[in-house]
Design a binder for this molecule. Sequence first.
Ligand code: ATP
Ligand code: MG
Length: 801
Amino acid sequence: VAAPASPLLADLNEEQLAAVTLPAGHALILAGAGSGKTRVLTTRIAWLLQTGQATPAGILAVTFTNKAAKEMTARLSAMLPVNVRGMWIGTFHGLCNRLLRAHHQAAGLPQAFQILDMQDQLSAVKRLCKQHGVDDERFPPKQLQYFIAGCKEEGQRPGDVAVKDPDTRKKVEFYQLYEEQCQREGVVDFGELMLRSFELLRDQPHLRAHYQRRFQHILVDEFQDTNRLQYAWLKQLAGDEVGGQMRTQGSVIAVGDDDQSIYAFRGARVGNMADFVREFDVQRQIKLEQNYRSFSNILDSANALISHNSRRLGKNLRTTQGPGEPVRVYEAHNDLAEAQWMVEEIRQLVKNDGFERQQIAILYRSNAQSRVIETALFNAGVAYRVYGGLRFFERAEIKHALAYLRLLENPHDNTSFMRAVNFPPRGIGARTVEVLQDAARSAGCSLSDAVTAVPGKAGANLGAFVAKIEVLREQTQGKNLRLIIEAVLEESGLLEHYRNEKEGADRIENLQELVNAGESFVTQEGFGRDAVALPLDEHGQALRQSPVSQGIDPTQPMLDQVLPGSQPAAGIIDIDTGETLSPLVAFLTHAALEAGDNQAQAGQDAVQLMTVHASKGLEFDAVFIGGMEEGLFPHENAMSDSGGLEEERRLMYVAITRARKRLYLSHSQTRMLHGQTRFHMKSRFFDELPEEALKWITPKQQGFGTFTPQSSGGYGGGGYGGSRGGFGAKTETFASPPVPPQKAAPSHGLRAGIAVFHNKFGEGKVLAIEGTGDDARAQVNFPRHGTKWLALAIAKLTIVD
Ligand code: ATP
Ligand code: MG
C-alpha cells in the first residue's frame, strides 16, 4: 500500500486503509467490537468527498441511532470543509421519513403526516378495538400491535398475510381496519414509515431510477441488525434484482459484527449478511482484527465470553494496549448495596482518577433496574442522565402538550383529539366520548367534525373544546415555534392544571423544557438541515429549475445544495408544489423520531445510564454492568432455548466491549423487582470469563472475623491496592457501605437452583425465592406439574441432595 496521501488516512492500519480506499464495488466489512468499523465508514465518506469521487448528495449512510448519525456528521465536518447538513445520513426511520415527506403525494400521504410512536400506536389500536367491539381478552391490544408491527417488518400488507386459522383471520381484519384508520387520520407508525417508503421505491420506477442514479455510495453501519424489510429497502436504492442477482450502478458497503446482533426479537436477520454477499456478488470482504478501544483485560473477557457461542462467523480481535486494570467484580447483599457501591466507585473515578462523568456508563439488562441506581446517584448528588426508559418526548405531560400541537396542524388526528379532549379535565366524560365516536363512525368523519352531532350539554362542552383549538390555531398562525408552544401550554390549561397539582413542579419544568426544545430546534438543531428535495421530470431526471429557487445557485448541480442556514423555515420541500414543511410539523416529526436523544439534558457532564441494547456502538472510559444474575442477565425470557441464550451472550459481549479503560461487574444476592424481593444466583456468564482478568471484591460480612480493612474511615477511603485478608489472591475486603445488617440465613435453607421434594408434586427445582419469614415463597419447577409458587410456611418441601 502506498503511503497515505491525505492526513485523513494517516492513523489507519493496513486493513482499515484498504477498507477506506476500496475502489468502486460492493464490500462487506466484518469485524469485532472496537475495531474501527464506524470510523472506517466515516473516514471513507470523507475520503470519497475529498478525492472528488463523490458529492455530498451522492452519499447515503445508514446509522443505528440518531446519536450515531449526529456523531458521524460532526466528525465529517471536523474532517472536511463540507456542508454536511444536506447529506442523507441517518437512521432507517429518519431516511424513510425524509423520502416520504419529499414524495408524499406519490406515497399517498398528506405532507404534514404525523408519526405515531409506540404509545400512540397502542392507543390508536385500543380505540379501534373499542369501536369494533374486539374482545380484548382474546385479542389483547398489545398483541394486535405486535402483530401489525410484525407484518410490516416482513413487508406484508393485510392481503399478503397467510391466514391459517380463524384467529389470524381476525387479526388480519383488524390490521386492515387499523390501516384505514391511520390513512383517514393522516398518521403513520414506525413500521409504516419503513414499509411505505419501500413500496414507494418499488412502485415508482422513475423515482427509484432517480435515487439509484443519485446514491452512488450507500454505506450501512451495524448491518447485522437489519431486518428483512430494511434490507429490501436498501436493495431498491442500490439497483434492480434480476434472477436473484443485483444489477447496480453504485457501491454498497456494509459493516457489521455477527457477535453484536442483538435485535433478533425485533426481526433482525444476521442472514442478511450472507444474502448480501450472494445477491450483490460481493467480491471484497475485509476483516479488521485490531481493537483500538479497550485494554486487554477487558478485551480478553469479551473474547472468552463470546467463544461460548456456537453459531459464529469467526473473527479475532487483538490489542496492542497493555492489560490495564483488572475487571472488578462485586457481590452485593442487595440491589441498594450494589447501587451504593457503583456510586462510590464513580466518585473515586472522578475524584482520584480524573474520569469525566459523561465518560462513565452504567448499563443494565432491563429498564426496571435503573430506579434504584438513579436514587443512589441522586442522593449522592451525582449528575446522571438516562437514555431510553421514559424519554423526554414520551412523558405524559409532554405527550399532552404535543397532542394539542398536533391538533393545531391536523384537527382530524383522532389519537391526539382523544388525548386532549378531557385533559386537563373539562367535564367531558367517557360516555360523551363514546357518543362522539359513534357519531363520527356513522358519519364517516373525524371526531373533531362530529362534535356538532352530539346533543345537549355534552355537545356544548365538546363544541367548546373544538372552538378552543380553532382559536388557538388562528392565534398562533404565522408565529414562531416558541410562541406557539407557549400559547398552547397556557391556553390549553395544562400549565394551570399542573400548577394546582401537588407534584406538578417537575412536570411544569418539563413543559418549560419543551419550549426550550422548540427554540433550539429552530435555531440550531436539524430544522432546515434537509436538502432541497429535487423535482424530477417524467424520466426521473432532476430538473435544474427548483420551485423554490431562493438561495440556489443554478450553475451548480442542484443536488449538492442545501438551503442556507439563514433560512431555517425552509426544511423539507414538497417537490410538486414547492410547499415547505411548517416548523411545527418538522418539530413534531423530530419529537416522534428522535425521542431517544433526550436533548433536554444534553451537554451536561453526567453519568450515562442506559440499557445494554441502547449502548450499541458507543464507548465509555468506564463501564458498570449491574444485575449480573441468572434470570436477569441472562434474562429468564431468553433461557428457554439455546438461540435465546446465545443472544443474551451477544448482549453481554456488546456490554463488555463498550469499556475503554475500566470495567465493573456486579451481582446482588437479593433484588427488588416489580415490587417483589427475589433471590438470584450469580450469572453463568461469570464462569465464562477468564479468571486471570478478574478481581473479585467481597464486601465485609458478618462472621468474616475481626479484620477491619480500612482504618481511614471505611468505604472508598484508600483504593483497593493489594489483597488483604485470607480470601485468596484475587479477593479483598473492605467495609461495605451502610446497608442493613445481613439477616441470618433463612431458616428454610432454600435457594435458587437446589432440588426439593413435595408430597403432591414430587421432585422439582427451586427457581426463585421471595419474601422472608412467614411470607417466604418459593417458585419451584416440577417436571410433571409445571412451575408453581409455594408458601413455605404451608408447603412442606424437603431438600433433595
Ligand atoms: P463497535 O463494534 O462497538 O461499533 P467499531 O468497530 O465501530 O465498534 P469504532 O467505534 O469505529 O469501532 O472505533 C473504536 C475506537 O477506536 C474509537 O474510539 C476510534 O476512534 C478508535 N480507532 C479506530 N481506529 C483507530 C486507529 N487506526 N487509530 C487510533 N484509534 C482508532
Ligand atoms: Mg461502530
